[in-house]
Design a protein around this ligand. Structure first.
Ligand code: NAD
Length: 252
């Protein structure tokens, strides 16, 4: 897909990886629909992209809400007249051990802690993919969807909720690639390792240090390196159903 003038939606486009993707795609002259919970962050990203001369619209929407996602995607289709791409990037962390025993006291991961991550990181991806794919079929019978999974999909201690959601995203990337190929819609994913963003900055310093030492390339990835992979998937018409792993060699 030639990216110039195409309409691409980025969820969680207000900050972090989503912002880096927005700026990277703006440099390729893409028209952007940025979706996030945080209007201030959306405005900052939109201003940075508009400074590159592209059309940007922002949408306040919780990707975990069926009603909000349905309304927002319909609004984007009306505002732009087409939807060529979607990046399912919005995500949250609510880490904790499933069971922890300290000083004889036992604590457990709460159901709310489990459910909030499943709702945003898995159900949100399902809802956005469903609504956007339906519009792509209606509007032009073509498109590309990029799901942001994570290296944690293999199973990370303290991330029962997050690992389950990201593994689910990777599995459904294959499901949707197979279901939607007949409409010329490609679905693929990126599984980042540890990338320099606020999400990683919220980790405990000793855990972060341990992680960096374990990366064969001995550094975190940059948001631009992830954005580059997202653009690669959007542009490459023969890439579908696979996950690009960008982790500095962590899983070698
Ligand atoms: P971040 O916290 O910096 O940004 C996430 C964005 O998503 C924020 O702007 C937030 O407001 C938005 N968001 C959160 N919940 C939302 C909701 N319910 N509806 C709409 N928007 C919502 O995170 P990040 O580090 O940029 O991560 C982006 C994606 O990459 C996530 O899916 C994350 O799981 C994944 N990821 C990140 C890393 C990393 O190292 N940073 C590694 C692997 C995977």
């Amino acid at each position: 897909m030639q990216l110039e003038d195409k309409v691409i939606i980025i969820t969680g486009g207000g900050q972090g990886l989503g912002r880096a993707m927005a700026e990277y795609l703006a440099e390729k002259r893409v028209r952007l629909a940025l979706v996030d919970l945080n209007q201030e962050k959306l405005d900052e990203t939109a201003a940075a992209c508009r400074a590159l001369g592209v059309q940007v619209r922002t949408y306040l929407c919780n990707v975990a809400s069926e009603e909000q996602v349905t309304q927002t995607i319909a609004q984007i289709a009306e505002d732009f007249g087409s939807i060529n791409g979607l990046v399912n990037n919005a995500g949250i962390l609510r880490d904790g051990l499933t069971i922890k025993v300290k000083d004889g006291e036992m604590s457990k991961m709460s159901l709310a802690q489990w459910q909030s991550v499943i709702d945003v990181n898995l159900t949100g991806v399902f809802l956005c993919t469903r609504e956007v794919a339906a519009k792509m079929i209606e509007l032009q019978n073509q498109g590309a969807i990029v799901n942001i999974s994570s290296i944690s999909r293999a199973g990370n201690i303290g991330q029962a909720n997050y690992s389950a959601a990201k593994a689910g995203v990777a599995a459904d990337t294959v499901v949707w690639a197979r279901e939607l190929a007949r409409y010329d819609i490609r679905v693929a994913g990126v599984a980042p390792g540890f990338i320099e963003t606020d999400m990683v900055a919220s980790m405990k310093p000793e855990a972060l240090e341990r992680m960096t030492t374990a990366i064969p390339l001995k550094r975190l990835g940059t948001p631009q390196e992830i954005a580059h992979s997202v653009a690669y998937i959007l542009e490459n018409d023969y890439y579908t159903g696979r996950i690009l792993e960008l982790d500095g060699g962590m899983r070698l």
